[in-house]
Design a protein around this ligand. Structure first.
Ligand code: 13P
Length: 272
């Protein structure tokens, strides 16, 4: 009997098994949805105010958990200033809309190449405020999503129901319809979805974290790519972020009001 050979074989098998397990862990990590915390400043902050915010905010998140991606979605007029000040910080830059045409007679709109030229990586599309107040439809949302992706931008697609729709038991129908129409021909490998119940936006009336988790699970069920990051948005603040992020289906937050102030947004980014 050759005991030496046997030991060598066993050692080799153990090594192979170890490497195989390691590979599986690495595959799992690389296919897990990314955690993304994004601030949506909406129509707030001049360039001077944006710079002032960054001075405080960036110092407060200097030691953050690097596995959390942080994005600032700022007004068009602040994009360049913020872009220059984010250099080397690892914080992503987002716009709040993009038009589907390359250029042309579209007064008040912005094109994808105007955004990418100044270092924008993300763009919010189909926010409920655009749908409610500016006539955005699932069809225009779809056009914007496809153009954003064509230019290498990562769109954050917002979906969500009104209070009346929720009370009428229409939540799932409304969201599934928004997803179905919005995502025609859209690449789900470069996409973030934000579930933002309209009744929870800017009201302080946060959706229960377990309910947000349930709806986000349903949204994931509708997607072909189960690894899409799905955020919750609607009255997220420094006091409720830990509970929200503890939910297994929730991969981040899209934060309005609480992203305007450095201390509160830094606490949200540094959730526990
Ligand atoms: P609030 O966090 O102010 O409720 O806004 C949420 C939102 O609309 C983010 O896009």
């Amino acid at each position: 009997m050759n005991y030496g050979l046997r030991t060598n074989n066993q050692e080799e098998m153990t090594k192979k098994l170890y490497n195989y397990k390691l590979l599986l862990i690495l595959i799992k990590i690389s296919t897990m949805p990314k955690t993304i915390i994004a601030g949506n400043w909406k129509m707030n902050k001049t360039q001077a105010e944006s710079k002032e915010f960054l001075k405080q905010f960036l110092s407060l998140i200097a030691h953050r958990d690097e596995s959390t991606e942080v994005v600032l979605c700022v007004p068009f007029t602040s994009l360049e200033t913020v872009s220059l000040n984010l250099d080397g910080t690892g914080v992503g830059l987002g716009a709040q809309n993009v038009h589907w045409a390359e250029s042309g007679a579209y007064t008040g709109e912005i094109s994808a190449s105007m955004l990418t030229e100044i270092g924008v990586n993300y763009v919010i599309i189909g926010h409920s405020e655009r749908r409610q107040f500016f006539g955005e439809t699932d069809e225009t949302v779809n056009l914007r999503l496809k153009t954003a992706q064509k230019h290498g931008l990562t769109p954050i697609l917002c979906v969500g129901e009104t209070k009346a729709q929720r009370d009428a038991g229409e939540t799932e129908n409304v969201i599934f319809h928004q997803l179905k129409e919005g995502l025609v021909g859209v690449d789900q490998n470069n996409l973030v979805v934000a579930y933002e119940p309209i009744w929870a936006i800017g009201t302080g009336d946060t959706c229960e974290s377990s309910e947000a988790n349930r709806v986000i699970g349903l949204i994931r069920g509708q997607l072909e790519n189960k690894e899409v990051s799905i955020q919750y948005g609607g009255s997220v603040n420094a006091s409720n972020i830990d509970e929200i992020m503890a939910q297994p289906e929730i991969n981040g937050g899209l934060v309005g009001g609480a992203s305007l102030e450095g201390v509160s947004f830094a606490r949200i980014v540094n959730f526990q």
